[in-house]
Design a protein around this ligand. Structure first.
Ligand SMILES: Cc1cc2nc3c(=O)[nH]c(=O)nc-3n(C[C@H](O)[C@H](O)[C@H](O)COP(=O)(O)OP(=O)(O)OC[C@H]3O[C@@H](n4cnc5c(N)ncnc54)[C@H](O)[C@@H]3O)c2cc1C
Ligand code: SF4
Length: 576
């Protein structure tokens, strides 16, 4: 097995997973053993809950169709302890879709409700050539945010959950959907996961088996790297003719700060990333002002890196800690206190990587459908729009007694989602060659607003050969006050995974050191360890401390697989 430094791609060590057998269930259990709902929505994030709320608005005006859907017209299945618990975003959002979803609310109402923190009035973009210097540059088009709102997606999801419950939705929190139920070539629902199994899968005294949830229509709103979404894409061949999906990983902190930040900040590197193409590192940062209704000043600060990189010692968590030592950031955070931390991957392929969005009986919305513009780092407004469009198409189909949900796909193609993603469809790909080589072409694509013809291809993240480089040598040593290690960060994420839960992370346990180092450095939660006495070259054992996992999803991009843990496990984000 090749193990020379720089010759090993994670794709050569696929995770031990048999997706069709494990994640697709053929046929439903007998009627008296299942739960029957009208529409089953898997994922109580921004997209899934926008779908639930829009459906309930439509059904509220149409009691006849509501009645036909039975006792539970709309069910949302969410694996976190509460909706919002697993949601994380920057998050500066384009407000229009949220205004359309809740037309009676003003932006002042959003702030009083606790999920919005102020309109953007000033912004600045910097290059950081060194650890000390910052050079302000004219704001590139994707970073123009004037008039947008800084929010918390976890708080927004809690608000949307409350609205949906008031509208009559049945919200099953602490419930993971672990299998897609397919009957006669059509999705007919999902199966919820068992609870109360031990480390080796054995039933414990509190064991509760999962249940089939039968639905007229199923909405997959699982966010990035959806467990059932991946299974559906494979089962229904939804990625045929598309580019492969690629991913970015973001690590975020929220700080309480002594004085308000007067502008929204983005930095485009190169420091603390390496500029040379062989490192394959492309990323940037954000610092967003957040002032809550009680007048407390906070900032959202985060680092996001494409998972295409080649240096195995790239760690987004450590890059963020190092970035905080730049004088530009110190000036903002000094005297403050870190109050939240989290990590999450996002789909970065954009227009060409979006899978087909419908299949018999089900649709994909939000990040499950890959609807993020990573040039602008914006997905929340597309998630809300796609959730609403899915609700409208499903409602129309149910009312007319039709079974096809393809009208949703057409609605997305005719909407602002497809229009915006089309304009930047070729802008990010040149950056896979690094900022130096790819920057000029990427800039041209942005300025042309998509008018240059062609289809730029994507290279799958797990096919990048990894080498053990020196990015790690520049990381700051955590002091526990201003800069932090991974484990104390996981602690404040509210992570509560049972110590004797079964392992939900699938990776090969003996791999070349380059692969093991990739996982060790990449994982923001410190899940992967290499024993101290492992050889420096060749194959090593990997220890997987899966109870630390914050379910960011990055491992799936670099050779492993995040599957669904037991419902209720994982972080409990409040402000991310
Ligand atoms: C670091 C980072 C920064 C970003 N910054 C911005 C920004 O500034 N502005 C912007 O507009 N966008 C931003 N985005 C993108 C934006 O946050 C996402 O597009 C959006 O939040 C995704 O919403 P979603 O509802 O599709 O998925 P999610 O928010 O991920 O929600 C999916 C939900 O489904 C649940 N779930 C998944 N699988 C299952 C299952 N099988 N069973 C039960 N429950 C399940 C999860 O627990 C989760 O609650 C950012 C994203 C990241 C990661
Ligand atoms: S183990 Fe969990 S937290 Fe770590 S990279 Fe994988 S999904 Fe993310």
């Amino acid at each position: 097995m090749a193990s020379g430094n720089g010759k090993v791609a994670p794709a050569a060590f696929p995770p031990p997973v048999d997706s069709p057998r494990e994640f697709i269930k053929s046929g439903l259990d007998p009627e008296d053993e299942l739960i029957e709902v009208g529409v089953a929505i898997v994922g109580g994030g921004t997209a899934g809950l926008a779908c639930a709320n829009r459906l309930l608005q439509l059904l509220g005006d149409d009691p006849e169709t509501m009645e036909r859907l039975g006792e539970v017209p709309v069910a949302v299945i969410e694996k976190a302890k509460t909706c919002g618990g697993h949601n994380l975003s920057g998050a500066v959002v384009r407000p229009a879709p949220l205004e359309e979803l809740f037309p009676e609310l003003t932006r002042e109402d959003w702030r009083k409700a606790g999920f919005a923190f102020g309109e953007v009035t000033k912004e600045a973009v910097y290059l950081t050539p060194t650890a000390k210097r910052a050079v302000r540059i004219p704001t590139p088009p994707p970073f123009k945010n004037h008039g947008n709102e800084v929010i918390s997606v976890s708080a927004l999801a809690r608000y949307q959950q409350q609205q949906a419950e008031e509208g009559g939705a049945y919200i099953l929190t602490e419930t993971a959907a672990t299998q897609l139920v397919v009957q006669d070539g059509r999705v007919v629902g999902v199966r919820s996961g068992d609870k109360g199994r031990g480390k080796d899968g054995e039933p414990l005294s509190n064991f509760e088996p999962g249940t089939d949830i039968k639905a007229h229509a199923t909405v997959l709103a699982e966010g990035s790297w959806g467990h059932l979404t991946g299974a559906a894409i494979r089962e229904f061949d939804l990625a045929r003719g598309r580019e492969p999906q690629v991913w970015e990983l973001g690590v975020k902190e929220v700080w309480k700060v002594p004085k308000p930040l007067d502008r929204l900040i983005h930095t485009m590197g190169p420091w603390p990333l390496k500029v040379w193409p062989r490192y394959g590192q492309v990323g940037g940062t954000w610092i967003y002002p957040m002032t809550n209704a009680s007048g407390e000043h906070m900032v959202s600060i985060g680092f996001v890196v494409e998972l295409e990189y080649a240096d195995a010692t790239t760690s987004v968590h450590d890059l963020l800690q190092t970035f905080k030592t730049h004088p530009l950031v110190r000036e903002i955070l000094d005297g403050g206190e870190r109050i939240a931390w989290g990590a999450k991957a996002l789909p970065g392929g954009g227009y060409w990587s979006m899978p087909k969005l419908s299949m018999p009986g089900a649709v994909l919305v939000g990040d499950s459908g890959g609807m993020v513009d990573t040039m602008a780092l914006k997905g929340v407004h597309h998630c809300i729009s796609s959730g609403m469009l899915a609700a409208e198409s499903i409602y129309a189909a149910l009312k007319r007694g039709e079974s096809s949900l393809e009208s949703y796909e057409r609605a997305v193609e005719e909407s602002g989602i497809a229009r915006e993603l089309w304009e930047v469809r070729n802008a990010r790909q040149p950056l896979q060659k690094g900022l130096l080589l790819g920057g000029p072409l990427s800039g041209l694509q942005q300025i042309s607003k998509g008018k240059l013809p062609g289809r730029a291809d994507w290279h799958p993240n797990d096919e990048t050969p990894m080498f053990v480089g020196d990015t790690k040598d520049s990381y700051v040593k955590p002091d526990g006050k201003y800069t932090f290690d991974k484990l104390s960060s996981v602690f404040i994420s509210g992570n509560a995974t049972r110590d004797d839960a079964p392992n939900h992370i699938r990776v090969q346990k003996r791999v070349p050191r380059e692969i093991a180092e990739t996982w060790r450095w990449m994982c923001p939660a410190g899940v992967y360890e290499i024993p101290d006495d492992a050889p420096q070259h060749g194959e090593v054992d990997v220890i997987v401390n899966y109870t630390n996992c914050v379910q960011c999803g990055a491992i799936t991009a670099k050779g492993g697989r995040l599957t669904t843990p037991e419902g209720g496990d994982g972080p409990l984000y409040q402000l991310l």
